[in-house]
Design a protein around this ligand. Structure first.
Ligand SMILES: Cc1cc2nc3c(=O)[nH]c(=O)nc-3n(C[C@H](O)[C@H](O)[C@H](O)COP(=O)(O)OP(=O)(O)OC[C@H]3O[C@@H](n4cnc5c(N)ncnc54)[C@H](O)[C@@H]3O)c2cc1C
Length: 387
């Protein structure tokens, strides 16, 4: 029996019925709604906001949070599959879902009061309120402990001053989960659009994640009520806890991008006739394609095991680092090799490879650069912090 070219180890047979149904629903959405428009959206540097309602209806926002808050209550493996299938379309769309789910809804659920959960989560699950997450500052994202943004207590309010950089969804967002130093350590605040002194400015001229909004945020004496402070966490473990959630999903996403590129290159090389035979009939093309399938298979197995560990409550942040590093590296290399297999045709957004390759430049950088994740694993092995 022939193997599935993009699932050589039949990983799908290890999924539950519900997990398969989730994967199929998101795959259909990507095929029918994302792929027809995404090349143009990327060219135009436009986030396809018109898809947000459907993404919400499919239950993809805050998908692992409880149904009490209007969320789907899915498990971690399902969330991974959502990320994989969305990123088969485009990393920008997956980034939108990652930020809304793991970086905004997750901290409100994990660190917020019951009142805050009720106030924001149902509308965020419905896509009526869009969130962004402000951690990175202009002077160095890899070292978030060196945070300059400061929130000072003033009566019943907090006054925030500072700035954040490279913030996904910044100009789209109705609320921003912002991390700031305080006299009691780093704390999280929900800053609302329209609060005086709060501004977002879109970052232009991006060559990567063009179908996603990226912004700088500015805080000039922004007065935030105590009711908007997330009460249940203090210190860097707050934002780092969110990053572990987001990185988990990001580890799965690039598998989708890699499959999209392999699919395209496989079809192209079977049809492209050179020297009287299809490119796919040459040994060098087959070695390249086989090597891509090998790397995708390893990433699938790694990610499924990571998801099973997460669902069992046993996942460690270092394991997420290894998966994020491995899968981003795997996908960016495959996207570049597929671009090459397409020859000149590979340089336009008529084909997906270059779009994915360019997007993956962001994905391999954000949520901890490749180097940062390598140093996490190095520290795990040696016991020595080399940061
Ligand atoms: C498209 C996009 C969207 C993003 N979205 C968000 C968002 O929504 N919210 C948010 O808060 N942030 C976001 N980010 C920021 C992202 O997380 C940072 O860009 C990332 O953490 C790296 O920080 P930096 O860009 O300041 O690079 P730097 O930290 O300045 O790193 C520069 C270089 O130094 C290397 N380096 C770092 N530490 C070491 C070390 N100890 N030893 C050797 N080399 C080292 C890095 O690997 C890198 O190559 C986004 C970024 C991008 C590009």
């Amino acid at each position: 029996m022939a193997l599935h070219p993009y699932d050589l180890y039949d990983v799908r047979s290890q999924l539950s019925e519900e997990e398969r149904a989730v994967q199929d629903a998101v795959a259909r959405f990507t095929d029918e709604r994302v792929l027809p428009i995404i090349g143009d959206a990327f060219d135009q540097g436009r986030f396809p906001k018109e898809l947000v309602g459907e993404i919400a209806e499919l239950g993809l926002l805050g998908a692992t949070l409880p149904e009490d808050y209007g969320c789907a209550g899915l498990n971690a493996v399902s969330y991974g599959l959502i990320c994989q299938e969305l990123e088969r379309g485009d990393s920008g769309l997956r980034s939108f879902v990652s930020v809304q789910s793991s970086l905004c809804m997750y901290p409100i659920h994990a660190y917020g009061s019951e009142e805050q959960r009720r106030r924001w989560l149902p509308d965020m699950a419905a896509g009526k309120v869009i969130g962004c997450f402000g951690l990175t500052e202009p002077h160095g994202g890899s070292d978030p402990a060196n945070m300059k943004t400061f929130a000072k207590k003033d009566g019943g309010d907090w006054v925030i001053n500072g700035g954040k950089m490279w913030i996904t969804n910044g100009n789209l967002a109705d609320i921003a989960v912002v991390w700031a130093q305080t006299d009691e350590g780093i704390q999280g605040f929900v800053v609302e659009k329209g609060m005086p002194g709060f501004a977002a400015q879109e970052i232009k001229h991006k060559m990567s994640l063009r179908a996603s909004v990226t912004s700088a945020l500015f805080f000039d004496n922004v007065r935030v009520p105590e009711a908007n402070r997330l009460p249940n966490v203090k210190g860097l473990k707050g934002p780092l806890g969110c990053l572990t959630q987001a990185r988990y999903g990001i580890a799965w996403g690039p598998i989708g991008a890699a499959i999209a590129c392999l699919d395209e290159a496989l079809n192209y090389s079977k049809e492209r006739m050179l020297f009287g035979r299809p490119v796919a009939a040459t040994q060098s093309a087959q070695i390249k394609l086989a090597d891509m399938a090998r790397r995708i298979t390893l990433a699938q197995l790694l990610s499924l095991q990571l998801g099973r560990l997460k669902d069992a409550g046993k996942m460690q942040p270092q394991q997420v680092s290894l998966a994020k590093w491995n899968n981003c590296r795997m996908a960016i290399d495959i996207a570049r090799e597929c671009r090459d297999l397409l020859g000149g045709a590979g340089i336009t957004t008529e084909h997906a490879a270059i779009r994915h390759a360019l997007n993956l430049e962001s994905v391999i950088t954000y949520e901890g650069t490749e180097t940062v994740h390598q140093l996490v694993i190095g520290r795990e092995l040696t016991g020595i912090n080399a940061f």
